[in-house]
Design a protein around this ligand. Structure first.
Ligand code: GTP
Ligand code: MG
Length: 243
């Protein structure tokens, strides 16, 4: 049974440094020079991507440890994931391990036949892209980088347990380099993933970005935070939600 092609997705930007900067650069075309830690913000975005109208709800997540408890909620709500790390720091890449481990656990609960699923998809249980941000800070002499592309790819495979086909994109939220590419790639991944053919019993809310279950979950989560135009309002909403 074919899944309907959906142009409406919820995605979460999670992991290390630059989540808000990348999201704001893509949605509002400017660079956030001053650091303002996020608790949780949502962005409602309409874009034409590959000639298709696309509506996205982007959850810009908290990087700080004290908000770890929110992860389960957004990981269940979102369909696709932008996994960001700071490419000048090896430890930042290593921190992604926690995220992929948790995602793997949660998404496995939604897939009844993992083997069957892996045959049909690239081997990942959820659509994602890995984003090596802050590329503007990498010295010109490429050889002296703390992390080479090859090392990152190897880490993605052996430690993050992501398939070899998972896109890796270098970006700079500061210069806007590859930011469009980053978000358009996750949209393409989500589109491809939503078309994966699975027997009916395996079709779950995670694969149906627009299913009523998914909508209910999303709205439950999102009604707690206004659609973002002022992130502080959203953060206050969220504080109340958590109380
Ligand atoms: N040079 C450079 N600085 C960046 C880049 N992206 C983000 N920064 C800076 O890094 C700091 C943190 O960026 P944020 O986008 O707020 O990071 P975040 O991941 O949203 O952080 P939390 O909300 O606390 O999880 C800010 O001071 C940004 O200006 C980049 O590509 N290049
Ligand atoms: Mg942030």
């Amino acid at each position: 049974m074919s899944q309907p092609v959906s142009d409406e997705f919820t995605l979460a930007v999670c992991g290390g440094v630059g989540k808000s900067s990348l999201t704001v650069q893509w949605t509002q075309n400017h660079f956030m020079k001053y650091y303002d830690p996020t608790i949780e913000s949502t962005f409602s975005v309409h874009k034409i991507i590959d000639n298709k109208e696309t509506h996205l709800t982007i959850i810009d997540t908290a990087g700080q440890d004290e908000y770890k408890t929110l992860r389960d909620v957004y990981m269940r709500s979102a369909f696709g994931f932008v996994l960001v790390f700071d490419c000048t720091l090896k430890s930042s890449l290593e921190e992604l391990k926690e995220f992929t481990k948790q995602l793997e656990r949660l998404k496995k609960e939604e897939v009844h036949d993992e083997e069957e699923h892996e045959k049909k998809w690239k081997g990942n249980l959820y659509p994602c892209v890995v984003v090596a941000n802050k590329f503007d800070l990498i010295p010109e002499d490429y050889e002296n980088r703390e992390l080479t592309e090859k090392e990152i790819k190897e880490f993605m495979k052996t430690e993050l347990l992501l398939s070899e086909n998972t896109p890796l994109i270098f970006t700079s939220a500061k210069t806007a380099w590859n930011v469009v590419e980053c978000f358009e790639t996750i949209v393409r991944e989500m589109r491809a993933f939503s078309k994966v053919e699975l027997p009916p019993q395996e079709v779950t809310s995670s694969h149906q970005a627009n299913s009523s279950t998914s909508r209910k979950r999303n709205s439950l989560f999102l009604t707690k935070m206004a659609s973002v135009s002022d992130s502080h309002d959203c953060q206050n909403d969220l504080k109340m939600f958590l109380m």
